[in-house]
Design a protein around this ligand. Structure first.
Ligand SMILES: NC(=O)c1ccc[n+]([C@@H]2O[C@H](COP(=O)([O-])OP(=O)(O)OC[C@H]3O[C@@H](n4cnc5c(N)ncnc54)[C@H](O)[C@@H]3O)[C@@H](O)[C@H]2O)c1
Length: 398
């Protein structure tokens, strides 16, 4: 018998997402007679307690009978239950200082920690992530900001919509000016931005044509890593080599800054990868980009004028192109930056459903097995010890 518990998100500020929707819970209980699900009540979850109740899913404050507890964000140490098997995003594998105490408590309390982020397919691709809806919301927010800046159209903020379906209804009849949009990346985030392009009927143009032509209707192009980076020595690109030695590559984004109104950035980035452009490029007269939806969202990262996160309530700030200072947006010398770090929380019902679908498809049966390589490889702590794979965290917890 497997007793699953969906825990209430306790980390501040409260996250509104959940691992399984009421309908998904119902489906699981119907198809897996040996599995029960109990939901800890919550007033801030995107699905209400009543929605679970109506789906026939029991609610209980006490989850001590559960053998697996599913959350989303880190669990405050005082809320951890001794000896349980937990799945959530622990953000400990890079030795994040703010989660050190939590991992220590997990070890002290004999808890098994399986980290969603470490669950991967055999080819190394991550199984779970919220990137798709980050891409959807980020693209929408970028367009909304451009509409505010130009005064040419207006869009409803996503977080005012009940769900994605309602957002799509708002797109009916939306007419955009002949704007040029560049999308970077090819992962889940990029897929979400492409979804919005499709829904709004924005036309795809190959990069070479996009660079030299003007259009009487809205268009976008997409730059994947292979189109963005070239090895300095021989002007080639190999994915494997780039991932190993990104510092040996040049970035080819610059021509696009003179041909683009909105940048939607969804490319993977770390410190060794060259940025898309520099501050001095930004100060030049021919720098045409007016709005950047930096969905990747690394402060001073692939987009150097990302000066830190913005919030769902106040998603856009301005950056003065010459003084490099943060200011109010939509002024003549500003580039307007959308740098929300928790975009999927604007569409929590859909983001949760998508997450639950992936969890169901690729992880659930693994959890039921006594031995699973997928689960084993994502297990950070077990029986009061770090697992072999995560032994490198020893100095972090000691
Ligand atoms: N703002 C938000 O709310 C939000 C939400 C989710 C994700 N994100 C960020 O967006 C970015 C993209 O996320 P995603 O979900 O599309 O990722 P993804 O895992 O779906 O795709 C990442 C892409 O980067 C490439 N990649 C992976 N490892 C790489 C490496 N070492 N070097 C170079 N390229 C590599 C992959 O080939 C893939 O094409 C990430 O930085 C992520 O943190 C932001």
């Amino acid at each position: 018998m497997l007793n699953l518990g969906l825990i209430r998100e306790e980390k501040q500020p409260h996250d509104n997402r959940v691992a399984f929707t009421p309908q998904q819970c119902q489906w699981i209980m119907k198809h897996y007679p040996d599995v029960t699900i109990t939901v800890q009540p919550s007033t801030w979850r995107c699905f209400t307690d009543d929605e679970y109740r109506q789906a026939g899913i029991p609610l209980s404050e006490d989850l001590s009978h559960c053998n697996i507890l599913l959350g989303i964000k880190e669990v405050p140490t005082e809320k951890l239950l001794h000896g349980k098997r937990y799945l959530f995003f622990s953000h400990t594998r890079k030795k994040q200082p703010h989660n050190r105490r939590m991992l220590q408590a997990i070890l002290e309390q004999d808890i098994t920690l399986i980290d969603y982020e470490c669950l991967v397919h055999p080819d190394g691709q991550r199984i779970l992530g919220f990137g798709f809806f980050a891409g959807v919301v980020g693209a929408h927010n970028g367009l909304l900001a451009y509409g505010k800046r130009t005064g040419q159209y207006s869009l409803v903020p996503v977080h005012r919509c009940h769900d994605f379906k309602e957002l799509i209804n708002h797109y009916f009849g939306a007419k955009l000016p002949p704007v040029k949009i560049v999308i970077t990346g090819s992962g889940r985030v990029a897929a979400g931005t492409l979804e919005v392009m499709g829904l709004l009927g924005i036309k795809y143009i190959p990069p070479e044509e996009y660079l030299i032509n003007s259009y009487a209707y809205p268009v976008y192009t997409q730059l994947k890593a292979g189109e963005l980076y070239l090895r300095k020595s021989d002007k080639t690109y190999s994915r494997e080599d780039f991932h190993l030695h990104p510092d040996q590559y040049d970035c080819r984004f610059l021509p696009f800054v003179t041909a683009t109104d909105i940048l939607m950035n969804g490319i993977y980035w770390d410190e060794r990868i060259p940025p898309l452009f520099t501050w001095s490029d930004l100060a030049k007269d021919n720098f045409r980009i007016k709005v950047i939806a930096d969905i990747t969202d690394d402060t001073n990262g692939s987009v150097p004028c990302n000066l830190g996160d913005s919030t769902i309530e106040d998603p856009v700030y301005g950056v003065n192109r010459f003084t490099q200072q943060k200011t109010t947006p939509y002024a003549s010398d500003t580039i307007d930056m959308m740098c929300v770090s928790n975009l999927p929380n604007e569409l929590p019902r859909d983001a949760s459903q998508y997450f639950g679908d992936q969890l169901m498809k690729y992880v659930f049966d693994e959890l039921l097995k006594t031995e699973s390589e997928t689960v084993h490889n994502a297990t950070i702590a077990h029986g009061g010890q770090l697992t072999e794979r995560f032994n490198y965290l020893e100095d972090y917890v000691r």
